[in-house]
Design a protein around this ligand. Structure first.
Ligand code: SF4
Ligand code: SF4
Length: 223
């Protein structure tokens, strides 16, 4: 199970600056169990966004947002609501946000941080990986994790060593930052590359006290 917790409200609202219509996507898997992106949190988020003057064009909760085929097929029924939105607010872990951003040609904002499980890493038999860094950066990278897609885990752009799109440290691997550049270009978000991402606070990898006091957390730690 991938444990996630909601980002601060001010941070989420900042992501949506200049946007009016938002489609909210929740996850009935780990995010529902974490209390960060299930039906209850999606309904609460809709209320808060509408209270902040945003138009919520639609909401949907899908069983596993980390499954791209499932995301694509379920969202087909909401094509008009998604098209009417400026962006999608994705309420789930880093894997789910990456999968949605890869599946839908729309700006996708992460509303959660994925936190560490004490050594395990969020993995899925697809391409996406999450290091559970506790301070999700997918907002700035078009939904591609810079920590796992870049061999050096660089957070502020390419190292300059890539050759023909391949990483200088692993010629078998695509350069993560070239993938990020292409994704941002595809979503008309190249301006994100001008934002400096400050050094990460790795202590955020650990869950907040509220999450650590839950029975779910106790079960995960003893499992
Ligand atoms: S930035 Fe990467 S490692 Fe950190 S929470 Fe997001 S997807 Fe996971
Ligand atoms: S070549 Fe690309 S993926 Fe490899 S370390 Fe440099 S920026 Fe990261």
């Amino acid at each position: 199970m991938i444990v996630s917790q909601q980002k601060p409200w001010e941070e989420i609202l900042g992501y949506l600056d200049g946007e009016d219509g938002i489609f909210i996507l929740g996850c009935n898997g780990c995010a529902q169990a974490s209390g960060s992106g299930g039906p209850t949190q999606v309904a609460e988020m809709q209320q808060k966004l509408e209270g902040a003057g945003k138009e919520v064009t639609g909401t949907m909760v899908i069983d596993f947002l980390c499954q791209k085929a499932l995301v694509k097929s379920r969202l087909r029924a909401r094509t008009e609501q998604v098209a009417a939105a400026d962006s999608i607010l994705v309420m789930t872990c880093g894997l789910g946000v990456q999968a949605v951003a890869a599946s839908v040609n729309k700006v996708c904002h992460p509303s959660c941080d994925t936190v560490n499980m004490g050594g395990s890493r969020g993995e899925w038999p697809s391409d996406e990986r999450c290091m559970e860094c506790g301070e999700c950066l997918l907002e700035y990278t078009g939904g591609i994790c810079p920590l796992t897609a870049c061999t050096k885990s660089l957070t502020n752009g390419a190292c300059g060593g890539a050759r023909e799109g391949k990483c200088e440290l692993d010629p078998e691997k695509d350069c993560g930052w070239e993938l990020i550049y292409q994704r941002l270009k595809q979503k008309d978000q190249l301006g994100q590359l001008r934002k400096f991402i400050p050094p990460k606070s790795w202590d955020k990898m650990m869950p907040n006290p509220k999450t650590m006091s839950t029975a779910l957390w106790a079960l995960e730690k003893t499992g």
